[in-house]
Design a protein around this ligand. Sequence first.
Ligand code: ATP
Ligand code: MG
Length: 569
Amino acid sequence: MLMSQIYSPTLRETPAEAEIVSHQLMLRAGLLRRSATGIYSYLPLGLRVIRKIEQIIREELNAIGSQEVLLPIVQPAELWHETGRWDDYGPEMFKLKDRNGRQFSLGPTHEEIITALIRSEVRSYRQLPLSLYQIQNKYRDEIRPRFGLMRGREFIMKDMYSFHRNEEDLDKTYWDAYHAYERIFSRCGLETRAVEADSGAIGGDVTHEFMVLADAGEDLVLYCDSCSYAANAERAEGVPVDNGNIPENKMNKLAEEATPQASTIDQISEFLNVKSSEIIKTLIYLADGKPIAALVRGDHNINEIKLQKMLRCESLELADDETIFNVTGARVGFAGPVGLKIPIYADYAISTVINAVVGANKDDYHLCNVNLNRDFEVAKFGDLRATEAGDPCPRCSGTLVGARGIEVGQVFKLGTKYSRSLNATFLEENGKETPFVMGCYGIGVGRTAAAVIEKSYDEDGIIWPLSIAPYQVIVVPVSMKDEKQAEAARNIYKELEAAGIEVVLDDRDERPGVKFKDADLIGFPLRITIGSKSLEKGEMELVIRKTKEKLSIPIEDIAQKVLQLIKEA
Ligand code: ATP
Ligand code: MG
């Protein structure tokens, strides 16, 4: 391809709309242009990167026996009503009507469509397992679309779905997909960490997210400094603590203190001169509409996902002021466990707080020297607090370290969640109607490209790995006007092209500085520079983008050298 012909409008300045490096560089290198918030056009070089990632995905998924399909983007509302997700999905779903008033969504995901497809076609256990995938646009009206391809409203996803007779069979495909993902990301030049993740509120299903550790990441990952434990912070387990029963002689006399201006933990801690770890936070929630209290230590935060799991409820929300008043008899900020008539759930750490400070369930008052069992009782203890960096590892004696992560993919054991709600069954060997056991597996294709850049760039631009670079080599004659250089450049360009190498010839009549800048910005992994001096010696210069290493190579060997570097990669 000739550089003069490629539609790749590079920018010298960083566009104001872009906050993170990958977004800035994709715009500057002319890979991408914005159409609307979170909606982009892919220009030729950007699309080449996307197509290469897709190709790697195809090869690895075909290799584990999955088959490619293409499902509709426009999906009938009826299917979403069957699973209840027409309402549950919320404002993230783009909805539209046809000319007859029939409702549709622009698919944010495809569990409904694929399960409905399979329920009417696959009838026998003999047809299982079955695994299908597609690579296609998804639509999600994200609350905060940002960072270019990282969080778009229209974005390309690979989604795979698998159907099984039983959990055991699902488990096999789940780990096949997990290992295929490891290969896919590694072939894209990405180091990923598979972390245990949350599977949503209902069910104890297994799921892993594939994270690229990078500052631009929107997730918080916690991993152990000495074993392989790693989890999304949302999900990371706390370690049970229990100091047994508090000895009676350590319990001071219960006392009520006026705390007129103090309702937050910080205010109370200052006002009563106690550590925040000596205060118990009492949070009132509505779980499926019924009030409950949740206790965590003052210096800890509650993890609502864990609370919802413990309560096994469908909905969980902080109670409104009116409910709090009805339950505690006080304004917000003065709730406490003593005398409460609603069920009380507590984080493990609560069992170790002696002579605690709690709200008095009375406006402007707190209670001091409150002790578990003597002054209040707990319906159930559990792991309810948000795990943080510095906490002990739940698997070994190590300590958890925190890092930001970009979620590039996720594998998920769905079980029978969708097959049951959509009534998708097959006939087991014994003739029994049985719901399919399902798995689903996603990869963000554009997000993967963005993550590669976040991990691989320098002050001059993108550094693509050879595997997904838009082109592998650029040939840059210092001056196209010098007939000798121009001829040598055209010759090596043709030779490389004939050898099946993806090569660009910078045939533009530009200053060499401009050409080198563009080559570095776009991030061609290899550059061949042709100048009159080296030509006289019968050599060309091969520049490795990543290391900036410059090698003088005899003209007749250069194609061989390029082939060798590509092979090694
Ligand atoms: P997130 O937690 O980042 O919102 P998700 O858990 O909702 O993602 P999934 O439904 O698991 O995402 O989608 C599979 C993959 O699609 C994700 O791992 C991610 O790589 C990608 N993805 C999800 N949402 C977006 C988006 N808005 N823009 C770009 N890629 C996305
Ligand atoms: Mg996810």
